[in-house]
Design a protein around this ligand. Structure first.
Ligand code: FE2
Length: 143
């Protein structure tokens, strides 16, 4: 599953888009090999990426989004992180019991992340995120 960045995915803020593009790099590096090593690398990067990106995203949208919308979006982040953790746990003993399933589940979480969360869920918080990003990033650039 090689995926390409499309300008329609852009939020229109360089710093935010730069972060958002990283998920495509992770997915494409995995897709180039689609094996145990690539799956392990992708999961490690997803774990790190999700901690940083979700924290940034949630911090930015917290002030501008209604409580219910915020909770819903933050919950969808937790679900993605839960899946990454569950798949990673399959590999804790040094080798997953079923390597093929491990690789397939890694592909599935990347697809879910990009084709569900990234393309359908993130745009719902785009206005709130952009509003806050412009204040935070552009203010720090000016100062
Ligand atoms: Fe999100």
């Amino acid at each position: 599953m090689a995926v390409a960045w499309n300008d329609s995915y852009s939020f229109g803020h360089n710093k935010v888009d730069e972060e958002r593009r990283k998920i495509f790099d992770i997915a494409n590096q995995f897709a180039a090999r689609r094996d145990l090593i690539a799956a392990r690398a992708a999961l490690a990067k997803l774990a790190e990426y999700s901690r940083i990106l979700f924290h940034t995203e949630e911090t930015l949208i917290f002030a501008s989004l209604g409580q219910q919308e915020y909770n819903k979006h933050a919950h969808s982040h937790r679900v993605l992180m839960k899946h990454v953790n569950e798949i990673t746990l399959m590999d804790l003993d040094g080798k997953p019991q079923d390597e093929k399933v491990f690789v397939q589940k890694t592909a599935a979480i990347l697809e879910m992340w990009i084709f569900n969360h990234f393309i359908h869920e993130d745009p719902k918080v785009r206005p709130a995120l952009l509003k806050a990003a412009q204040k935070v990033f552009d203010h720090s650039k000016a100062g």
